[in-house]
Design a protein around this ligand. Structure first.
Ligand code: ADP
Ligand code: MG
Length: 388
C-alpha cells in the first residue's frame, strides 16, 4: 500500500495494534522498545531497535531506519525529535514534536488549553510541595482535590486523591520527587471520551462519543455510543474537536472529558496517540483507530464517514482484561467465556500477567446495548447462562 517504513517509539499494546493494522495494508513497521515487546512479536520486519524511547541515541538509530516516525506513548524524548526534524527535513514526525511537548506535561497541556479557550478542570502548579502549600490548595479548591504528577503518569499511577488535610502527608510521600500540580475535584456523573483523527491537510474526523467507567483509576469498561442525550454528545464532540484543532500536526488523539452534574463538560486530558477508549473501533467502526492513525500520518485517503459505526445500529462495550490480583493468568478464563459468546472478540497483548496490568481487552458488539450488556454479564461471570 505504501513503500515507506513507519518507525514507532514504544512497543506496547498500542504499538502492537498499530502494527496489526499496518500488516493488513502491507506497510512495514520498525519498533523501538525492549526486546520482544508486544509490538515486536508480530511485525513484518526484523530491523527493530532494542532500547528506550527516552534515549536520544536509540531514537536516532530508529530514525535512520524509517521514513515516518510516530509514537504509541507520549513519554518520549522531545528535544531529540525536534533536532531530528532539523537534521533530517525529509523525515516526517507525527504527531509533531511540538504537540507531544505540549501534551506530555499535564500542567503545560492545561495552560495550552486554557489559552485556547477550552474548558478544563481548575489547576495550580505545586512547585514546592509541603504540608503548607497543599493546605493552601485545599483551602482554595476545597477537599477532596487531586494531586497529580505533571509527567510520566498512566492508569492513575501519578495521581493521589487528597481527601482531607489529614491525607496531605500521605500524598506527599506517594508522589515524592515528581513534578506536581493540583487539580480541583470534578464532580462528574459520567466520563466521556472521543477519538479524533486529523489529516495532513488539517481536516478533523471524530469517532462516536463513548463513556468510560474506571475501577481503581484504570479504565474497566467503555460503552459506545455513550449513554447520554444526543445534545450532550454533540457538545462533547465540538469541545473535543476545538481542543484538537489547537495542536499542530496530524495523527490520532484521544480526548477524555468530565460530564458534570450541572451539565457542564470539561476536558480532563488529551493523548496524542491511539487510546484505550478507542479499542472498540476495531470491531464497531468502518476503520479502526489504529488504521486511521496510519492513514493520517501516511497521507492515505480518509473518506467521509470512515470513522463512523459500521452500521447505524452498532453498539459496543469494551472490557479491559487486567492481570488477576491473586492467581497468575486466571483472567484467561474471562477470555475463554468471551470466545464462547456471540459478537465478542478477544485481543491479548503478549504481556506477562501481573496483578492489575492491562494484558488484553474484549470487544462486544450488537445491534442493541441491552444485548451487549447481557453478553458482558456472561463474560464477567455475573450470570452463568450462556448466550445463544
Ligand atoms: P491517567 O493518566 O491515569 O489517565 P487521569 O488524570 O486521567 O490520569 O486520572 C485517572 C482517573 O482519575 C480519571 O479518569 C478520573 O476517573 C479520576 N480523576 C482524575 N482527575 C480528577 C478530578 N480532577 N476530579 C475527579 N476525578 C478525577
Ligand atoms: Mg486519563
Amino acid at each position: 500500500m505504501d513503500s515507506r517504513t513507519v518507525g514507532i517509539l514504544g512497543g506496547g499494546q498500542l504499538g502492537r495494534m498499530i502494527v496489526e493494522a499496518a500488516n493488513r495494508l502491507n506497510i512495514k513497521t520498525v519498533i523501538l522498545d525492549a526486546e520482544n515487546s508486544p509490538a515486536k512479536q508480530i511485525t513484518n520486519s526484523n530491523e527493530h531497535v532494542n532500547g528506550s524511547f527516552s534515549n536520544p541515541l536509540d531514537i536516532e538509530k530508529l530514525a535512520g531506519k524509517c521514513d515516518v516516525l510516530t509514537i504509541e506513548i507520549e513519554h518520549v524524548d522531545v528535544p531529540t525529535l525536534k533536532n531530528l526534524q532539523v537534521k533530517h527535513p525529509k523525515l516526517k514526525i507525527y504527531p509533531s514534536p511540538e504537540t507531544i511537548g505540549l501534551i506530555q506535561d499535564k500542567y503545560i497541556q492545561k495552560e495550552h488549553l486554557i489559552k485556547n479557550g477550552i474548558a478544563v478542570t481548575k489547576s495550580v502548579p505545586v512547585e514546592q510541595p509541603s504540608e503548607t502549600s497543599l493546605l493552601k490548595v485545599g483551602n482554595d479548591f476545597g477537599f477532596p482535590f487531586v494531586l497529580k504528577s505533571r509527567t510520566l503518569a498512566y492508569d492513575g499511577r501519578g495521581n493521589f486523591v487528597v481527601k482531607n488535610k489529614d491525607t496531605i502527608s500521605e500524598a506527599l510521600e506517594a508522589l515524592k520527587n515528581r513534578p506536581l500540580y493540583a487539580e480541583k475535584w470534578a464532580p462528574f456523573t459520567k466520563e466521556l471520551a472521543v477519538m479524533i483523527v486529523r489529516s495532513v491537510d488539517g481536516l478533523v474526523f471524530s469517532y462516536p462519543i463513548v463513556e468510560t467507567i474506571h475501577k481503581d483509576n484504570i479504565c474497566d469498561l467503555c460503552y459506545a455510543p455513550a449513554r447520554v442525550p444526543d445534545s450532550v454528545q454533540l457538545k462533547a464532540k465540538l469541545l473535543a474537536e476545538n481542543a484538537i484543532k489547537s495542536f499542530p500536526g496530524c495523527g490520532i488523539f484521544g480526548v477524555e472529558m468530565f460530564y458534570l452534574e450541572t451539565g457542564e463538560l470539561l476536558i480532563n486530558e488529551i493523548a496524542p496517540r491511539p487510546h484505550n477508549s478507542g479499542h472498540y473501533t476495531i470491531d464497531a467502526c468502518v476503520t479502526s483507530q489504529f488504521e486511521a492513525h496510519l492513514r493520517s500520518i501516511l497521507d492515505l485517503p480518509m473518506p467521509k464517514n470512515f470513522t463512523s459505526f459500521s452500521t447505524i445500529t452498532t453498539n459496543a462495550i469494551m472490557l479491559n482484561v487486567l492481570g488477576d490480583k491473586q492467581t497468575k493468568d486466571k483472567e484467561l478464563e474471562t477470555c475463554k467465556r468471551a470466545l464462547a459468546t456471540p459478537g465478542s472478540s478477544v485481543y491479548l497483548y503478549g504481556k506477562e500477567s501481573k496483578p492489575n496490568r492491562k494484558v488484553g481487552h474484549i470487544n462486544i458488539i450488537s445491534s442493541s446495548m441491552d444485548e451487549c450488556e447481557q453478553r458482558l454479564n456472561y463474560i464477567t461471570g455475573r450470570t452463568d447462562i450462556p448466550i445463544k
